[in-house]
Write a protein that binds this ligand. Structure first.
Ligand code: TAP
Length: 491
């Protein structure tokens, strides 16, 4: 396990020698210490990234040359997939099969952006037709510069991949800060990148707290772009900080995503996707479909079936065979989710299932998968992100009412609809005010497709070609034909 910062191709302790503890959420045991970067460390990292961008030539490499590094990183991740997945489990708490899936996905993300880096070589410029024939013009794409990436703890390596892969593909250099509670696998990414011979300064990993290391990144004048995934309040702070020197910003924030189930849906299929939409990754998913709306005709039967299946979920240490729900990531997150359930009860909601620390789990940040009914529409439980395995479910009667309830949110990250009537499903999908819409499913995520939210769920899109655009500037180059005369001052 790595414990030092990775800056300018070297492993180094924090400037003041400070560290923070790494705790296994399944056992509450502290098992490691990692360097806590200071603002001084961030400054060294940003200067290394600047030099790698401005002088050492990373952006001048062809896309194909950068793609070679990205593919080598993908291979390096895959070669150590099980070992890295294990680190993710003891750091984050998620069940091993989910961690294994994430790590494979992270490798796939590097491969995907390697492909897009190569395509940059084929499409270096776009000719532009102008109204004045004496001029010719073209638009070219260029990397933005130094990207500061700040990521959360719910998909530690995968979130790192979503930022680092497109940034490097575009020709940017990166200073990445992982979440303090889950820094282990980002450091392994640095080790793998280092083994590929990635030039010093191209990728720098600064572990540490948001208030010190994160703040130093967003305040640094040498950073051209901030790419952030996390909570709304920190997203707001980042936009405000970025505004001071007009840094580019992309934000992927939270959600309170609806899942509308019509009464022609198959109940078992609906229950399967509802459960996947809220219990996968312990519900610590920005796009979790945490507000479920079920048409009256099947509401009672569906809720009964959902409770029956939810009670069967095997809870436990993510390393145990067959576990489908691990502990929440941290003591703080556990306390927040428990407090949200208590507030929902106080507001009049009924706990139809779960809501407690599971029996036999005295240690670890465990919580039963929870279903709340009768949740008032104006309560925090219905309106705010809980970020835990807590589902709010309520009935609706008409399509119009379902759309109105679904869209009545300050968020707009994702939404899902289930119906056997394809025309209706498409109509509802079109009516949702959300950046990601699933029909007859919830959560499947593909590296090729755009990811991001409407309203307070963020700005910009990650993944796919949109993810690459996040790290590119557009430059116009216009030429006045030799031999032509302008004739404004000199006739
Ligand atoms: P945040 O505080 O938003 O943390 C996300 C990242 O931002 C972490 O790396 C964090 O560092 C960093 N950060 C915090 N303050 C910062 C600052 N002033 N400047 C720069 N970076 C800063 O989220 P959290 O505390 O982990 O979770 C709180 C809530 O946010 C959750 O309950 C959940 O509702 C939501 N959340 C949403 C998402 C997604 S994917 N939308 C992901 C995680 C959490 P440290 O970890 O070191 O503090």
């Amino acid at each position: 396990m790595r414990s030092e910062l990775y800056i300018d191709g070297k492993w180094t302790p924090a400037a003041n020698g400070r560290t923070f503890d790494v705790v296994n959420p399944a056992t509450e045991e502290m098992f490691h210490k990692i360097a806590a970067a200071t603002a001084e460390d961030v400054d060294v990292a940003v200067k290394a990234a600047r030099r790698a961008f401005d002088k050492d030539g990373w952006p001048k490499l062809s896309g194909a040359q950068r793609a070679k590094y990205l593919r080598a990183i993908a291979d390096g991740i895959r070669a150590r997939q099980a070992e890295i997945a294990l680190l993710e489990v003891i750091d984050n708490g998620k069940p091993f099969p989910e961690a294994d899936w994430d790590i494979a996905d992270a490798a796939g993300c590097f491969d995907f952006y390697a492909g897009l880096a190569e395509q940059l070589d084929n499409n270096p410029e776009e000719p532009i037709a102008l109204s004045d024939g004496r001029f010719t013009s073209k638009a070219v794409k260029e990397p933005i510069g130094v990207a500061g990436a700040i990521i959360p703890w719910n998909y530690p390596l995968l979130m790192a991949a979503w930022k680092v892969a497109p940034a490097l593909a575009a020709g940017c250099t990166v200073v990445l800060k992982p979440a303090e509670v889950t820094s282990l696998t980002a450091l392994e990414l640095a080790a793998i990148a280092d083994e590929t011979g990635l030039p010093p300064g191209v990728l720098n990993i600064v572990t540490g707290s948001g208030s010190i290391a994160g703040q130093a990144i967003i305040d640094h004048k040498g950073v051209d772009k901030i790419a952030f995934t996390g909570s709304g309040p920190v997203g707001s702070k980042i936009m405000a900080a970025a505004a001071r020197d007009i840094k580019r910003v992309s934000l992927e924030l939270g959600g309170k995503s609806p899942f509308v189930v019509f009464d022609d849906a198959d109940i078992d299929e609906a229950v399967e996707w509802i459960m996947f939409g809220i219990f996968w990754n312990q519900g610590q998913v920005c796009s979790a479909t945490s507000r479920v709306l079920v048409q009256e005709g099947i509401y009672d039967r569906l809720v009964a079936r959902l409770i029956e299946e939810t009670k069967k979920i095997k809870i436990g240490n993510g390393l145990e065979e067959g576990v489908l729900l691990g502990p929440l990531v941290s003591k703080r997150q556990h306390e927040q989710v428990v407090a949200a359930i208590e507030a929902a009860k106080a507001a009049g909601a009924t706990v139809a299932c779960g809501g407690m620390r599971p029996e036999g789990f005295d240690k670890g940040y465990y919580l039963e998968p929870t279903i709340l009914t009768g949740v008032p529409l104006d309560s925090d439980a219905w309106r705010d992100e809980i970020f835990g395995p807590v589902l709010c479910i309520r009935p609706f009667s008409t399509e119009e009412e379902a759309i109105e309830l679904a869209n009545d949110s300050r968020f707009g990250l994702a939404a899902a609809v289930m119906s056997k009537d394809d025309v209706r499903a498409e109509r509802v999908a079109a009516a949702f005010r959300a950046g990601i819409v699933w029909i007859n499913c919830s959560q499947p995520t593909f590296t090729e497709a755009p990811w991001g939210g409407y309203k307070e769920s963020g700005i910009g899109r990650e993944l796919g070609r949109w993810g690459l655009e996040n790290y590119l500037e557009t430059k116009q180059i216009t030429r006045f034909a030799t031999g032509e005369k302008w004739g404004w001052y000199i006739k």
